[in-house]
Design a protein around this ligand. Structure first.
Ligand SMILES: CC(C)(COP(=O)(O)OP(=O)(O)OC[C@H]1O[C@@H](n2cnc3c(N)ncnc32)[C@H](O)[C@@H]1OP(=O)(O)O)[C@@H](O)C(=O)NCCC(=O)NCCS
Length: 175
């Protein structure tokens, strides 16, 4: 099990079943789901319970899906993901690349929390020996592309290499 990660304002920890209410609240919002996958908006709390179960099955020495909490008041803010990214045309087979991603509750937007958490996860990735991390966004997802740039990722243009779709591709290498 991975240790919690800390930043000035944030604690990144593993999810617990008690977080299902927050996860449902976040993913039942069209604003949050708009640019994620097929844009499916959660309808039932049980979908959040099952998602947390799937996330807890991801046992990996480096990859993880963290709950991001504001340390001062333990308010949950969102999810920070470091995981294998599936290759297009393979039915979800791993591409061999690692992606970083961020899904935050609208109440937590506009405070720099996603970028602060993502920077910490990149540090974790380098410390664990990864050489390169990618991020892919919907071409209209301006807020997410801004996070990529804030944390030092480089825009590589559009790519259809992942998720059977065309995305804006960003990457960053260990220095
Ligand atoms: C993508 C997403 C995480 C971006 O969130 P965000 O809060 O805009 O991103 P950051 O954490 O980098 O915060 C930057 C904002 O905080 C502001 N800010 C305030 N205090 C700050 C601080 N101390 N440090 C940095 N930025 C700060 C910045 O000015 C910026 O606001 P602006 O865009 O209005 O100028 C959010 O829009 C989201 O969760 N979207 C839905 C899910 C999604 O699409 N995920 C991406 C899939 S690829």
């Amino acid at each position: 099990m991975l240790h919690d990660l800390e930043t000035d304002r944030l604690t990144l920890r593993s999810w617990t079943p008690q977080d299902a209410g927050f996860v449902f609240d976040m993913y039942s919002r069209p604003d949050v789901r708009r640019y994620i996958g097929q844009g499916h908006v959660m309808q039932e709390r049980d979908e959040a319970v099952k998602l947390l179960e799937r996330w807890s099955e991801l046992q990996h020495p480096v990859h993880h899906i963290w709950a991001v909490e504001r340390t001062a008041d333990e308010q949950l803010l969102g999810a920070l993901l470091l995981k294998s990214i599936p290759a297009s045309g393979t039915g979800d087979a791993p591409s061999g690349d690692t992606e970083i991603g961020w899904h935050f509750h609208p109440d937590a937007w506009g405070s720099g929390y996603a970028s602060e958490a993502a920077r910490r996860v990149l540090d974790h990735a380098w410390a664990a020996g990864l050489e390169r991390v990618v991020a892919v966004t919907n071409p209209e997802n301006v807020a997410s592309m801004a996070v990529c740039r804030r944390i030092g990722m480089t825009h590589r243009g559009q790519s259809d290499a992942y998720y059977d779709t065309v995305c804006e591709l960003f990457d960053v290498w260990r220095t």
